[in-house]
Write a protein that binds this ligand. Structure first.
Ligand code: APR
Ligand code: PHB
Length: 391
């Protein structure tokens, strides 16, 4: 096990794994420390929408072979309200762009396989990671593994350890500014062994609450229902889930196919940004510094966009001590992060049933907004270009 590395990476989610691979391609040494086991992170079901730029990067990095084979390329989504579907044609509105449906855990599996093939270190089940002296020229990561204490000397530390990680909290008080909105609802998500009921995603606004039809493959459907943020799963036997999905998606001539439910979970919706995304030689990326509500499907794409900038910055620094991109890292990423926050908030407030809307004011605004999006080419184009990813 190395005692020294150029970049110590905490977390083997999409951010940490993509960063490790980009650094490898530049000949830069890194060690990735992950506190879960491999099986856990490969099975963790998350979102599954890749922007074109994200899919292109994975292909360029040489980890996109299965993605290219199994990913489902979509050129539009449906917005459904009042029982009527309206297609937003991405390709027509954005000059041919689309998205690829490929589960995040599949991306993670491919990246882990690629990492192991490079022979570079990726340590699972690492405990009690402590970043130290990140504001000096020689930061360290202390951790425990198999009961033994270790110390890894680094030139830089990348905090890719997600929202509940430790890296953000090792920045001294008063340096980071936090901005957050917690929405008064969550999503109950299921994975069902049944062919998708539609070729494309359906974002459905309904008086009973929002619902989303998505998929993972021609045999696997992913569905979500708006619920309480702390909804107890015990209250949702399979029959109740299907009943509720049928009620929300109801549309003449369309029916939802049912199949065995193989996964169930509740995700709260929040918007969160900590800035700046850097302190000394600690660079934070992905969910460790920003969370977007799942409605716009931007989380994974933002994480990948961050580490793309970070890898470029580190590569310049290691090749000729040029720190210009590292210095600009936070500013460059935050522009994109706030744009995605805006879009995810916009989708979220348009589509969900708002609690405490006694006189229906919010519901009427939402109807007006939805009608505008599906009847104005300009408004539909705004949704389409944000969805496929700007820049
Ligand atoms: N030490 C080591 N590893 C840690 C620690 C810790 N203290 N805390 C968390 N981790 C690991 C987690 O187990 C996880 O594997 O860091 C990883 C962080 O990965 P993600 O949460 O997937 O975050 P990120 O790589 O930024 O990817 C963002 O994930 O949550 C989704 O929607 C989000 O798609 C987005 C993507
Ligand atoms: C998903 O397929 O998991 C998914 C799709 C679109 C979203 C969120 C999640 O907006």
């Amino acid at each position: 096990m190395s005692e020294r590395t150029q970049v110590g990476i905490v977390g083997a989610g999409p951010a940490g794994l993509v960063l490790g691979h980009l650094l490898h391609l530049q000949g830069i040494h890194s060690v990735i420390l992950e506190h879960r086991d491999r099986e856990y992170i490969e099975k963790r079901v998350r979102a599954g929408v890749l922007e074109q730029g994200t899919a292109d990067l994975l292909l360029e990095m040489g980890v996109g072979e299965r993605l290219e084979r199994e990913g489902l390329v979509h050129h539009g989504v449906e917005l459904r309200f009042d029982g009527v579907g309206h297609r937003i044609p991405f390709d027509e509105l954005t000059g041919g762009k689309g998205i690829t449906i490929y589960g995040q855990q599949e991306v993670v599996k491919d990246l882990i396989a690629a990492r192991l093939e490079t022979g570079r270190e990726l340590l699972f089940e690492v405990e009690d990671v402590r970043p130290e002296d990140v504001d000096s020229d020689s930061p360290r990561l202390r951790f425990r593994r198999d009961g033994d204490e270790h110390e890894l000397q680094c030139d830089f530390v990348a905090g890719c350890d997600g929202f509940h990680g430790v890296c953000r909290d090792c920045v001294p008080d008063g340096i980071l500014t936090y901005r957050e909105r917690v929405y008064p609802f969550g999503w109950l998500g299921i994975l069902a062994e049944v062919e998708p009921s539609s070729d494309e995603l359906i974002y459905c606004h309904h008086a009973r609450g929002f619902a989303l039809h998505s998929m993972r493959s021609p045999e696997l459907t992913r569905l979500y229902l708006q619920c309480e943020p702390d909804e107890p799963l015990e209250d949702w036997p399979d029959e109740r889930i299907w009943r509720e999905l049928h009620a929300r998606f109801e549309s003449p001539g369309w029916s939802l196919k049912e199949g065995p439910i193989i996964e169930k979970g509740v995700t709260p919706l929040r918007s969160f940004v900590a800035e700046p995304m850097q302190h000394g030689r600690l660079f934070l990326a992905g969910d460790a510094v920003h969370i977007v509500p799942a409605t716009g499907a931007k989380g994974l794409n933002l994480a990948v966009a961050d580490v793309r900038v970070l890898a470029e910055g580190l590569s310049r620094w290691f090749s000729n001590r040029d720190d210009s991109v590292l210095k600009a890292y936070s500013g460059r990423c935050l522009g994109r992060v706030w744009h995605a926050q805006y879009f995810a908030w916009w989708m979220t407030q348009m589509l969900h049933r708002m609690p405490d809307d006694e006189d229906g004011f919010q519901a009427h605004l939402q109807r007006a907004q939805l009608n505008h999006v599906v009847s104005s080419r300009a408004a539909a184009t705004a949704l389409a270009e944000n969805y496929v990813g700007v820049g």
